[in-house]
Design a protein around this ligand. Structure first.
Ligand code: M6R
Length: 615
């Protein structure tokens, strides 16, 4: 949440920062701001509530000169979204400006102490407290701003990625991080910094992923200096090659990123599967598992931790691991797991799933699992993010940047990797036959073509979306492998259309939610031809007999549902364990078209952010 960007070089910083903010807007769009340091000793700050476009309008009237600058797009945590709480925040002396992604947990104590030293605060933010603390240390200790930043960070509890500039020092940019991400782009005579690599693409492909507890001093025309915040000892500068193209960050002719990402799924699954199944289809090859065979062979239990959509993928992962590995498996919300004092030891494997690789709760769950001796395996999308760097091993889903806030292609990528992972662990433990691997892996390999066919449902789903303009509530029902699909379908609808939707195991409905059903409450029922199809039919009839409309997602060739449901949407037939991947596509499309029909901004739904780096 929140995106920060910075530039120091020979070009005008403003345009680079604005373009960077637009790329980072998915991280939060409550307000945006920029601070520019001019060579004539001016610090020009522009801020505006709302999106970057508002900032551009505000800044147009002011001075936007300077080849050094920092900028921020905000997802509000402390204080309402308004111009005053927008970053950058400037110190009382007017000399130092800061942008910050994260939360300073002990800000109230620090604020009180600073107030006693005569500091006053304009905003309600924790970030303003940090810049005043830097200012105070700078003037009290008569030290450099760099030393003051480092000293201030030693007093701070919480998470941060910060960028700091000083009015009287147009040749210097200081950045530091703990728990929140920060990437440095190294150009020939210029340096970029950002919360992720997207603002850097197109300028340079040489990047440094700042590590936790690192601070960087970036001086114009000089090599970048990295040090530990705690020990102040220099650390090694590890420049890596960025594998991200501009085309991946654009809409490619689609109206929205979300629609582009839904339609990309055949290709993203191709990328996700590449090289992971042997040519004859009889074996799964995941290096992250092969390299730690002993751990998986001896594991006594697996726990999956994640949040949101990734948690839904984890629920499917649980079924897959149970079916292929005969191991006890549990699924936990990372935010609950981290405070639940679970019993874990060195025979436990914890699998952390996250698209962004930056989710604060998931990172904290990983830390706790490590502390208790568990082996932690990460399933992530963003290469080089904090989760892959803080896990013992893992697998990238390789679906490319997901920019729409509602997760789509990451979900199908996660379920695909979980299917591979379950088979890979089953191979090591001898709990899955070669024939079974071959059956599922072969079907998995044809998934890109299957999704191409499934996406042809788009016009049908668009038409269907217009039927339900009356609905303020939806139920999503599924069983077995598709109970999590129902949860995911409901989440997609609620987060982008703001229609209340509940996902439920279809058979649980009779224990309460059935009371909600009437002619104004449609149900979407995921009922492919699987081992539970006959059971779910009676659940559909229970809804119909209470006057509720039913949209059933069924397998091609199914005829029996035609006479029961109001609408039956036919998806290609695949093995039962792969039905969530296929069934989720029409649900993504339905949610998308309902939201677009209501005029909602599907890429940036209200109150949400793509990367949840706060607790
Ligand atoms: O990056 P992560 O997968 O860790 O993010 C977890 C959730 O915040 C995320 O899945 C969220 O629920 C999405 N908005 C769902 O579409």
């Amino acid at each position: 949440m929140c995106g920060i960007v910075g530039y120091i070089g020979s070009r005008g910083a403003y345009d680079i920062l604005i373009q960077g903010l637009k790329r980072l807007e998915y991280r939060g769009y409550d307000s945006a701001g920029v601070a520019l340091v001019d060579t004539d000793g001016c610090l020009n700050v522009h801020k505006a509530r709302g999106k970057v476009a508002n900032l551009e309008q505000t800044a147009a009237a002011g001075n936007t000169n300077g080849t050094l600058g920092i900028a921020h797009t905000r997802w509000a945590t402390h204080g309402e979204p308004n111009d005053i709480n927008a970053h950058p925040h400037v110190s009382q002396s007017g000399d130092i400006a800061i942008v910050h992604n994260g939360t300073i947990e002990n800000y109230a104590v620090l604020k009180k102490a600073l107030a006693e030293h005569g500091y006053t605060f304009k905003s309600e933010t924790d970030t303003e407290v940090l810049v005043q603390l830097i200012d105070y240390i700078h003037s009290e200790n008569k030290c450099s701003v760099y030393d003051a930043v480092r000293e201030a960070l030693l007093q701070v509890e919480g998470a941060y990625a910060i960028a700091v500039v000083e009015k009287s020092n147009p040749d210097q940019l200081i950045v530091a991080r703990k728990s929140s991400p920060l990437v440095i782009g190294v150009g020939d005579d210029e340096t970029f910094i950002a919360s992720d690599a997207t603002p850097i693409v197109g300028y340079t492909d040489r990047v440094i992923y700042l590590k936790d507890d690192e601070i960087a001093l970036i001086r114009r025309g000089e090599p970048i200096q990295l040090s530990s915040i705690h020990s102040n000892t220099p650390s090694k500068v590890d420049i890596q090659k960025l594998k991200l193209s501009l085309a991946q960050l654009e809409k490619g002719g689609y109206d929205t990123f979300m629609l582009k990402e839904i339609f990309e799924q055949p290709d993203t699954l191709r990328d996700c599967l590449r090289g992971r199944i042997t040519d004859d289809g009889s074996q799964v090859v995941l290096s992250g598992v092969i390299d730690h065979q002993d751990i998986f062979a001896k594991a006594e239990r697996i726990t999956l931790v994640a949040c949101g959509t990734s948690w839904h993928a984890a629920l499917i992962g649980k079924r897959l691991i149970q079916d292929f590995c005969s191991l006890p498996v549990s699924v936990e919300y990372a935010s609950e797991f981290r405070y639940s004092n679970p019993y874990l030891n060195d025979k436990d494997v914890v699998i952390a799933i996250s698209q962004s690789g930056e989710t604060a709760d998931t990172l904290a769950a990983i830390q706790m699992a490590h502390d208790k001796g568990a082996f932690v395996y990460g399933i992530c999308n963003v290469v080089g993010a904090s989760i892959p760097r803080n896990t013992d091993s893992g697998t990238y889903i390789h679906v490319g940047p997901e920019i729409g806030v509602a997760s789509t292609k990451a979900f199908t990528g996660q379920v695909t990797v979980l299917t591979l992972l379950a088979m890979a662990i089953g191979q090591i433990r001898g709990t899955v036959s070669r024939a079974r691997v071959k059956e599922v892996a072969t079907a998995l390999r044809s998934m890109p073509e299957i999704l191409e066919k499934t996406l042809k449902l788009a016009p049908e789903m668009q038409k269907l979306s217009r039927v339900f303009t009356y609905a303020h509530n939806f139920l999503y029902l599924g069983r077995g492998y598709n109970y999590p699909t129902a949860l995911e379908g409901a989440l997609k609808l609620k987060e982008i259309s703001y229609i209340h939707a509940e996902g439920y195991p279809a058979a649980e409905m009779k224990h309460g939610p059935i009371a909600l059903i009437d002619h104004e409450m449609p149900s979407v029922i995921i009922a492919p031809s699987d081992s539970l199809y006959d059971k779910i039919i009676s659940n559909v009839q229970q809804v119909k007999s209470r006057g509720g409309a039913v949209v059933a997602i069924v397998s091609q060739g199914n005829k029996s549902m035609d006479t029961i449901a109001d609408f039956s949407v036919k998806i290609p037939r695949v093995p039962e364990c792969l039905t969530p991947i296929v069934a989720s596509v029409p649900l993504q499309l339905l949610a998308y078209y309902i939201a677009v029909g209501k005029g909602k901004n599907v890429d940036q739904p209200r109150n949400l952010a793509k990367s949840v780096t706060v607790e």
